[in-house]
Design a protein around this ligand. Sequence first.
Ligand code: ARG
Length: 488
Amino acid sequence: MSERAPDRDAAGRTGRLWGGGFSGPPDSEIERFCASFSFDRRLLRADVAANRAWVAALAAAGVLPAAEAERIDAALAAIGAASPVEVGAPTGEARPPENAFEDVHTFVEAALAARVGAELAGRLRTGRSRNDLVATDLRLYCKEEIAAIRRRIAAAVGACADLAARCGPLPVPGYTHMRRAQPILLAHLLLAHAARLMRDDDRFAEALRRADVCPLGCAALAGTTVPIDRAALARHLGFARPAENSLDAVSDRDFAADALYAAALLMVHLSQIAEDLVLASAEEFGWLAIGDAAATGSSLMPQKKNPDALELLRGKAGRAVGRLTGFLTTLKGLPAAYNRDLQEDKEPLFDALDTARDSLRVLALVLGHLEPVPARALPDDGGDLLATDLAEHLAGRGVPFAEAHRLAGEAAARARASGVTLRRLPLEVYRAVSPLFDAETIGRLGVQASLERRDREGGTAPARVRERIEATRAWVAGRSAPPGEAVP
Ligand code: ARG
């Protein structure tokens, strides 16, 4: 598509937000390279909101007559409400071509001129710059997206807790170094992942707090000459406070880096839970059955049900981490104040936040399609996973733990050599290892007993796990309806 804003109209205007001092239009390739409209159109609603707040501030400062401000405001409201470039709008005929405008700010001013005339539209950018505007837009966008992501985190945590509740007291081997270690409840494993997601929520809350500062009114770099009330302007846009240094305000993208980090670590966590779920639902482990709705088939091997959605959740961490490191590299070495490099903030942020939001939704869905398989529970006999318990029994009788550890290790080696579990190893063999072993020590060996003994806070004892499920659900309930925040 080659449609572009005309280079000059009858009054000599260029259709760009600049050009008076230029002898000719830019090279079209260079213009295309510099343009951001193809992606920053997503900021339309934020841009309109910031512009409307600015118009109100100009009017309050007595710089724009109330009647003019009202006309501009009504037109901006219509642009924000009706435009086909609004986020999520389907691609329609009315959608302007991607290269028709330099950026969303140019588009809004052009759309405004079409509604109220170029004369009045031209007053909009009195005392402000695209530099403070774009920073404001991106912060508004970030705040909204983070709130949406936090709602999705709450839903995913809720789905984790629900699956944990469905798993009930189902015991499975716990692994360290990917080697069978001690019995745990499968629910305990799921709640470990929920705990990580709850910390992610906290990180996003912090990223939101950092984004909650208003750069508008800082103009290009040095501050505005218009006597506006910046605190009122910040409040009007829902920000906690105005930015304190105009140079910093137009170039600070720390909030974007914070959001990218929160998204990257969240995606790393999703990759970890995805991996655990891939394993737990594999034939070799088989603790969880994955419903057909969450699986995909093989084009060649008819028997297969593949966990592709989980694999993609695992794989997308790479994308999110890349977005973070890429953007940090963009920021490195930038001089203070606005530089066009900063335009590279948008695509990473959009992509990382989209990825996080979408992935959380898919995770919650997959969790809903997983069911525990009681037949694959760890038998109470416990194999050699009870070796620690054996050592602890001896230690409980006053044997130094180091010695108890050595004796239990020897018993475990003998059980392994004769192909029996610790519980089935004959008493004589135990007594050959040490007379400290007796029938009671061996009789007390069992998965259930092992689990129940781990009953301090944070342990895998069934009662503790039930408490954590309830606490996690209470957290979800508190998160999904925080005071003053709309629930989707
Ligand atoms: N498209 C630009 C960006 O995203 C808007 C700000 C442009 N400012 C400027 N002085 N050229 O950063």
